[in-house]
Design a protein around this ligand. Structure first.
Ligand code: GRF
Length: 208
């Protein structure tokens, strides 16, 4: 399975996914695309020996031509801040994953990224937060949730301390879901998604 990772920023999920897939019999990150020339993810990709390119986020043909050239089967959004163009979603139905640093469907949607997510969780007085991996459709953070992992919110947490705790579980969860995708274990029916066995095996993926 050839994977493209789309990233706008730092690229820590890209790196943890890459390391986790090392030696995997079939899944490999073949391409990294970014909408931002200055994204650290591009430097990481080059350091890891992965083909990398900058794409105009609103030009589906440009994006698709890169994906086709690398025979990409699945797309993983790891800190990608743009909406995926409709034509790209149409060409990869139920084959685009996104990781979000909160327990969707809460704390998602347009403008909910980075520190803002964690600030909103703290302001809402939540006892828990976590990471969600979901399938991507044309709207931000809306497609069916495949798996979630929870962390507790602790007294005295700041957006930064909470972000760090969530990031740790992101680095474990995303590779697990991508492996499930590579093994054909992600199921989608009636607007719901789940992993057939392994993590999140229970239908409805209530998390950990
Ligand atoms: C992560 O928190 C991810 O959930 C969110 O953006 C952040 C990206 O971090 N979508 P990194 O670029 O992978 O380090």
């Amino acid at each position: 399975m050839q994977i493209a990772v789309l990233a706008s920023g730092r690229g820590s999920n890209l790196e943890s996914l890459f390391r986790s897939l090392k030696g995997h019999p079939s899944a490999r990150i073949a391409l990294v695309l970014s909408d931002r020339l200055e994204a650290k993810a591009l430097d990481r990709a080059r350091d890891l020996g992965i083909a990398a390119a900058v794409i105009p986020h609103d030009d589906p043909e440009a994006i698709l031509s890169h994906l086709r050239a690398h025979e990409i089967d699945w797309i993983v959004l790891a800190g990608y801040l743009r909406r995926v163009p409709r034509a790209v979603v149409a060409e990869y139905p139920d084959r685009i994953l996104n990781i979000h640093p909160a327990l969707l469907p809460k704390f998602g949607g347009k403008g909910m990224y980075g520190e803002r997510v964690h600030r909103a969780v703290l302001e809402a007085g939540e006892a828990e937060s976590g990471a969600s991996v979901h399938l991507v459709d044309e709207e931000y953070d809306r497609g069916p949730i495949v798996a979630q992992r929870r962390v507790s919110v602790e007294a005295g947490d700041t957006p930064q301390t909470l972000a760090a705790r969530v990031l740790e579980v992101e680095h474990a969860l995303l590779p697990e879901v991508v492996r499930a995708a590579a093994e054909g274990r992600i199921r989608v029916a009636e607007g719901r998604a789940w992993i057939e066995s392994g993590i999140g095996a229970a239908r409805g993926n209530a998390g950990e």
